[in-house]
Structure formats: C-alpha cells, structure tokens
Design a protein around this ligand. Structure first.
Ligand code: ADP
Ligand code: MG
Length: 230
C-alpha cells in the first residue's frame, strides 16, 4: 500500500449501531457511534469495562457488521460488500493488536512476520528484509529477532505484535488494551511506540485503553460510555 492510495479519512464510522442477542431482548453495544480518523492520527478511546470499546474495534475492522450505519475503510464503503471482500479488505488494510500477544509459540520474532506473508501466498524470501527492518524499527535488536515468544519480555512481545500488524502496510491500525499486561513504564513505552508508528507509517490509529495515564501521546481522546462515544 503506497501513501498515495491512503484517503483523507482512512477510517470512518457513520452512525453505527451494533446489538447482541441478550435473552429475549437485544443489548445495544454501540449506539449511533460516529468517528473519523485521518492518516497519521492517533485517537485514544477510554471507557469502563463493558462500555463497547472492543465492539467498536470489531466493527471498525469490518469483522462484525453493524445493525445500522456505515463503515468506510480506506475509501471503500463496506456496507454492501460481500464477506469475502470484507475479509480481503481487512487483511490488506487493517492491522490489529490485541491485549494478549497472540504470537505463535514455535516461531521466532522474524518468523511471526514471515508467517503473515506465507498465509497471503507471498514470497517469504522477499519479505525477510522487510520483516527484519520493521522489527528493528520497533526496537527489537538482532538477538531479539531470533527469539521465540517465551524468551521475549511482555513489552518485546507487544513490539513484535505491532510490527506484525504493520507488515501488510495497513491504512488503519486498531489496538485493544495493549498495555494491560505490562507495568506502567513498559506500558508508556508501548504507547510511545504506537504514536511514532502512527506518524511514520501514516496509519489511522485507534487505541483502546482503560488507563488514562497513557493518553498524553494521543491526538484526540474520546470516551465511550454505554455504547455512546463522546
Ligand atoms: P469493552 O471492550 O468496553 O469492555 P465490549 O465491546 O466488549 O466492551 O462489550 C460491550 C457490551 O456488549 C457488553 O455489555 C458486553 O457484554 C456485550 N458483548 C460484547 N460482545 C458480545 C457478544 N459476542 N455477545 C453478546 N454480548 C456481547
Ligand atoms: Mg474490551
């Protein structure tokens, strides 16, 4: 993905409502949520547990279809899009980082990234230099890049996750509570890194956290409460 194809608003949610079945009623997880994020912008979303933060990311990543409203990703309106196309769009345009590092235990840091290329049917040989470079850029040195997850620290594992999320050159980066398993200092470093990555890779980044202490690096801070974003 080249910078030229990144549109002014990389991610846009327009009046999105998402409900889940809840006994014989429905629970409203997102209540007419609107949000637009530009390339190179870091938006933080805070809010209590159960307020809808992860639901917001699930809809933004076009993993879940909203009941109402529109999600526009990398200039593409996903509302009427068939599932196959939505999946492809997600793979190409969305990088996702979760709270728990979901790295494969048997692979080294470099191989975690190469596995992405392999799954896409790309050339692993051609991808190696790029994988090494990305890991270097998130602060993982030569030795760390050869280690499997159990020999990396929690902070280093999150760095690998971030590098892996960036590997396809996504226009949108969605990050769900990336610091909850880390101490405050390591958490700050990860947020610092995400801010830098957002600038350098021009991603539209949404960072969900319940830790208000980490918000200094965000361009905007929004609060989620009972499925409403304000
Ligand atoms: P947060 O990430 O802020 O903790 P969530 O988005 O996970 O909030 O949840 C918002 C609301 O939606 C909660 O009431 C939660 O119980 C409900 N919810 C989330 N996912 C599901 C699901 N798959 N099925 C049913 N209810 C869900
Ligand atoms: Mg959550």
């Amino acid at each position: 993905m080249t910078a030229a194809t990144k549109t002014a608003t990389a991610l846009s949610l327009e009046s999105v409502t998402l409900t889940f079945p809840d006994g014989d009623r429905r629970l409203t997880a997102l209540d007419e949520v609107s949000l637009a994020v530009a390339p190179g912008e870091l938006v933080a979303v805070v809010g209590p547990s159960g307020s809808g933060k992860s639901s917001l990311l699930a809809v933004a990543s076009v993993l879940l279809r909203p009941d109402a409203g529109r999600v526009v990703l990398a200039g593409r309106d996903t509302a009427g899009m068939p599932d196959r196309e939505r999946t492809r769009l997600r793979r190409e345009q969305v990088g996702i980082v979760f709270q728990q590092s979901n790295l494969l235990p048997s692979l080294t840091a470099v191989e975690q990234l190469l596995a992405v290329e392999h799954l896409r049917g790309g050339s692993v040989r051609g991808a190696r230099a790029r994988a090494e470079e990305l890991l270097e850029s998130v602060g993982l040195g030569e030795a760390g890049r050869r280690r499997r997850p159990h020999r990396l620290s929690g902070g280093e594992r999150q760095r690998v996750n971030i590098a892996r999320a960036l590997f396809t050159g996504p226009s949108v980066l969605l990050v769900d509570e990336p610091t909850s398993a880390l101490d405050h200092e390591r958490g700050e470093q990860v947020v610092e890194l995400l801010a830098g990555v957002t600038r350098r890779h021009r991603t539209a980044t949404v960072l969900v956290t319940h830790d208000r202490g980490l918000l200094g690096r965000a361009d905007r801070v929004l609060t989620m409460r009972d499925g409403r974003l304000g």
